[in-house]
Structures are given as structure tokens and as C-alpha cells.
Design a protein around this ligand. Structure first.
Ligand SMILES: [Zn+2]
Length: 103
């Protein structure tokens, strides 16, 4: 007698790339398209298949809230100036901190 590995369940994995997701140079647009495509696919499966539940699972990434580029820094409020707004917010926070110290 030896241990044997058997399937206890099976899942479907659908990679939502082309043609559901159109290329864009705005990463936020692409991310929103992934979620929309997943929701549409979920509705289609529920409508056409006799299944109890379909769930959407998604990976997460840390990105800049302004431009959507990957977060590359250890700092949680400044992403190294990935975009004008990130740099502007950082400069304003430095000015604010300096003003607080000067009071
Ligand atoms: Zn940015």
C-alpha cells in the first residue's frame, strides 16, 4: 500500500487576455477591462451552465494611485516620481513638513 494523489475537485481557469482585453498605454484601463471581462464571463457561465457558483479570483499589485504604474519604492507615499502627480504630492508633503517644523 502506498500513498496516491487523486483529484478532489477541479476548477476552470480562464486567462482574460486578448481578445477580451484591448491594449492600452493606461494600466488602469487594462485592469478595469480585466475585471469587466471576468464579470461578463461569470454571467455567461452562470447563464449557460448548470453550476452552483462561479467566483472571481484576482491577483493584486501595488501601483501608483495616480498613473497606475507598478509601485517600486519601499516608501508608501512616494513612488520615486513615477508621474507628475506623485512628484507634486511628495514636494508638497516636504514643504508642509518643513513649514510645521518652522512654526
Ligand atoms: Zn505615478
Amino acid at each position: 500500500m502506498a500513498k496516491k494523489t487523486v483529484y478532489s475537485c477541479a476548477y476552470l481557469r480562464v486567462d482574460l487576455t486578448c481578445p477580451w482585453v484591448k491594449w492600452s498605454n493606461d494600466p488602469n484601463v487594462i485592469r478595469e477591462q480585466w475585471l469587466t471581462a471576468a464579470r461578463d464571463m461569470k454571467k455567461s457561465i452562470e447563464r449557460h451552465c448548470d453550476v452552483e457558483s462561479v467566483t472571481i479570483e484576482a491577483n493584486t499589485d501595488d501601483v501608483c494611485q495616480f498613473c497606475g504604474r507598478d509601485w517600486t519604492e519601499d516608501n508608501t507615499v512616494y513612488n520615486g516620481g513615477c508621474c507628475n502627480k506623485d512628484e507634486q504630492d511628495y514636494q508638497e508633503s516636504i514643504s508642509f513638513a518643513a513649514a510645521q517644523e518652522g512654526e
